[in-house]
Design a protein. Structure first.
Lengths: 643, 176
């Protein structure tokens, strides 16, 4: 019964989207038609229906209704409740339902709260949003119905991919979806603003919180995904330049650029065409990312999400949305007037530098990700891996950090370099001092880790400079947000550089009672015991790690899941303030002499990578709260508000 | 180029990447690693016997004028068990089959042959996978059609299914 109700709600929601879109069409064909007053209410009802539909599916998962095909093939009666819940979106159909739900709810939110742009642009935005939703409704209803029945119902259910039975990962895909969908809202705003010729500060201010929100989620999603890969895959690395990782990085790069350029448009009414293009590119990148993950045209560790047929559907949607948008772009953007002028050395100039560097990194990552596909077309098999990506992105990222030392201090419109000479000398001194120190005491760590550490130290100081001379209590929250996000970047880069420059590794086979050494740690394998979980069995090593008179216990596991059968390794992590000890145990050594394969790493300051990521997202959150809070107090107005 | 033409560039990029993606979807993906040795003479190697009572294998054994199959297998490999009946069928059809056991132990090989039958004339033990690498083989099982002069004529990747047997017999016949 619940399944049928959920499906009915989904059909009704699709009808609402159709109504919304039709209303938008009549609006574009000249003046307000009879349908236009219905656009806003339709958006709200559509959001409510989708929420109902999603919770109906979630309910079916919580009661493990095995007469529903999706539940039967992705859940199991013995599964812990939290993973039953996560099972709702831990599969293709459910995740697509989550996607349209978030999309529709954002539409409803725009309809309810957006007051900064004119009604016409708002209505067209909702119509574009509905047009995007229609594609996903069609996808769901015609080829991925999450509520399909399975009769007769099986007794148990098949289970969820064990790699996904992890609390972090249960929330990883939804986080990215919030990010992707947020970018779809920015896309809708941009298309609507082009259609109604309203590209200006009002449009930028309406779009900004969505970009910011999407960017926060993407930042968190990437950070969490990286940490998951680090402790779950047991390879000891935190970024593999895997196609799927790149697929999440590319929208983030575009969104980061957009976040900065939209500020210029909102504050200074410049970079109009560029900002619109970035909004289109950011959403195109998130669609392309989804496509790459789902289609399996690139080989990846995320192969569990693969299905070529679904891939072609997503590809079709992506091509329809982006090519229509870029046709509108090509036809309309030429009529957009040049924005306000600025000099090279100005805040705008700094942000342009940021945008150029980010775009170059984006292009480099895109080419590297797609190159194997092109090579295969020419009959060659190539995989593009870390050597390419590290060598190409690291220098540009370092340039970006250099620009970031100065950029936030600059004034809008024009500035004088002499005003900042003491700071510049100071930053240069920090870089030089740390560079020379590293050169002397750790000459073998490589040029990029060395520069990364030096630049990170300089940025850790420079990030706070914009607060200088301000009364802290009267400083707007977005400024604090910016400072914290930039400081977070410094923290993260420090962690990356330190990890790649100073990690120590030991691979050995130990019998219980034997010890191994890594970077000043003495690790003894005390015992190996079997342990049993809800739906897995494992061997668990008990290790005693000693350093400087202190002793800690580590318990890495090698897990064997049943239903479906699969082996995973659960690394044991010991976090100290200055780094992490990372231990992995594998199945018995093949010589069968009672030894166990043990891998140990000491990774100095590795946790700074994710701590930095969280700080960056926190900065974003503070800025977002600031924007919302300020708006609640007084609507922002300036002389371009009528542009 | 004037400005209005520049504005179409993003669309062109979308079309280009889209075409690329469509191609990627349309062309079935070939995940197999084909050996570069096909068409070339067998590399020089001499392998000790993999188990008691059966001769080891050298490349010279396979250049005696008669076409044959060279099977790469291991007792720990599950698809190798699945292809045992097909190898048996090929042997019944009069095909000579030599084999290389990869990273195996004599007693395991013996147990494997005991359980699944022995279609092989010789079995060399490649405990370091050195010969496997020389042959350009990327996994087990793989089966090579070797010409009478010791040339590698064909590489079959994965287990031999029932439907592959006539094809392999054809290849051997045309190698006569």
């Amino acid at each position: 019964m619940m399944a049928e109700a959920g499906l009915a709600a989904l059909w009704l929601a699709a009808a609402m989207a159709l109504l919304q879109f039709a209303g938008g069409l009549t609006l574009m064909r000249g003046g307000a038609g009879q349908l236009t007053p219905l656009i806003k209410p339709a958006a709200i009802v559509q959001g409510a229906l989708c929420i109902f539909s999603f919770f109906a599916l979630m309910y079916l998962f919580t009661i493990t209704d095995l007469s529903v095909l999706l539940v039967a093939s992705n859940s199991h009666i013995d599964k812990p409740m939290i993973f039953k819940l996560a099972g709702t979106w831990g599969n293709h159909e459910g995740s697509m339902l989550l996607w349209v739900t978030i999309l529709s709810v954002s539409g409803a939110a725009i309809a309810l709260i957006e007051k900064r742009i004119d009604t016409r642009t708002l209505q067209v935005t909702l119509a574009v949003q509905a047009f995007i939703a229609l594609g996903f409704f069609a996808f769901l209803l015609f080829s991925s119905n999450p509520f399909e029945r399975l009769l007769p119902a099986p007794a148990q259910g098949a289970g969820l991919n064990p790699l996904l039975q992890d609390i972090g990962l249960a929330f990883h895909p939804p986080t990215l979806y919030f990010g992707y969908v947020g970018l779809s809202v920015a896309f809708s705003f941009a298309v609507a603003a082009m259609l109604t010729r309203q590209i200006g500060p009002a449009f930028a201010r309406a779009m900004r919180p969505w970009v910011l929100g999407a960017w926060i989620f993407l930042t968190l999603g990437i950070t969490a995904g990286s940490y998951w890969a680090y402790y779950e895959l047991g390879w000891g690395g935190w970024w593999f330049w895997d196609p799927v990782e790149n697929a999440s990085l590319m929208p983030w790069l575009a969104a980061t650029a957009l976040l900065h350029s939209v500020s210029v448009l909102a504050t200074r009414n410049a970079l109009r065409a560029w900002t619109v293009m970035l909004a289109l590119v950011a959403f195109a990148m998130s669609m392309a990312g989804t496509f790459l993950v789902r289609s399996g045209i690139l080989t990846s560790v995320h192969a569990f999400a693969v299905d070529p047929k679904r891939g072609s559907f997503i590809l079709a949607l992506m091509l329809i949305y982006t090519s229509l948008a870029f046709v509108i772009f090509a036809l309309r953007i030429g009529t957009v007037k040049q924005g306000e002028p600025f000099q090279l050395l100005s805040r705008e100039g700094g942000i342009v530098a940021n945008n150029i560097f980010l775009s170059v990194i984006l292009a480099v990552v895109l080419i590297g990700t797609l190159y194997p596909l092109a090579a295969e077309a020419m009959g060659d098999k190539i995989s593009v891996g870390p050597p390419y990506f590290n060598k190409t992105t690291a220098p540009i990222a370092l340039l970006l950090m250099l620009a970031l030392l100065l950029g936030p201090m600059l004034r809008w419109r024009r500035d004088d370099i002499k005003r900042h000479k003491y700071w510049l000398v100071g930053f240069f001194a920090i870089i030089l001092w740390s560079g020379v120190a590293l050169w002397k005491y750790a000459p073998n760590i490589g040029i990029f880790p060395m520069l990364g550490l030096a630049f990170a130290l300089a940025l850790a100081v420079a990030a706070w400079v914009p607060l200088k001379g301000r009364k802290l209590l009267r400083t707007p929250l977005p400024v604090f947000g910016m400072v914290i996000a930039h400081f977070g970047l410094a923290v993260s880069v420090f962690g990356m550089a330190s990890e790649s420059g100073f990690s120590k590794e030991t691979l050995t086979a130990l019998a219980p009672g034997e010890s191994a050494k890594v970077a000043g740690w003495q690790v003894k394998l005390v015992d190996v015991n079997p342990v049993v979980g809800d739906n897995w069995v494992a061997i668990e090593g008990e290790m005693r790690a000693r350093t400087g008179g202190k002793s800690f216990v580590l318990r890495p596991q090698s897990r064997q899941f049943f239903q479906p059968e699969m082996q995973t390794s659960e690394a044991a992590l010991l976090t100290r303030w200055n780094g992490q000890l990372y231990a992995v145990i594998a199945q018995p050594d093949e010589n069968g002499d009672g030894r166990w394969q043990v891998r140990l790493w000491w990774k100095p300051f590795v946790s700074f990578i994710w701590l930095g990521g969280v700080l960056v997202a926190l900065g974003g959150l503070i800025a977002l709260l600031g924007r919302m809070f300020r708006r609640a107090k007084k609507p922002a107005k300036n002389r371009w508000s009528e542009a | 180029m004037n400005r209005s033409m520049l504005l179409w560039i993003p669309l062109a990029v979308v079309a280009f990447i889209g075409g690329w993606f469509i191609y990627g979807l349309a062309v079935p993906k070939d995940d197999m690693l084909h050996s570069a040795m096909v068409g070339k003479v067998l590399p020089v190697f001499t392998l000790p016997p993999a188990t008691a009572g059966i001769e080891g294998l050298s490349n010279l054994n396979m250049a005696d004028g008669k076409p044959r199959l060279l099977n790469i297998f291991a007792s720990w490999c599950i698809p190798c068990k699945a292809e045992a009946p097909q190898l048996e069928a090929l042997k019944e059809a009069g095909v000579e089959i030599d084999a290389i056991a990869i990273r195996d132990k004599p007693e395991d090989v013996a147990a494997f042959l005991q359980e699944f039958g022995n279609p092989f004339r010789r079995i060399g033990s490649d405990s370091e996978m050195a010969v496997q690498l020389k042959l350009g083989s990327s996994g087990v099982p793989e089966t090579y059609v070797i010409g009478g002069d010791g040339t590698i004529l064909y590489q079959h990747i994965g287990d031999i299914r029932a439907e592959h047997v006539p094809m392999l017999l054809d290849k051997l016949r045309s190698a006569q």
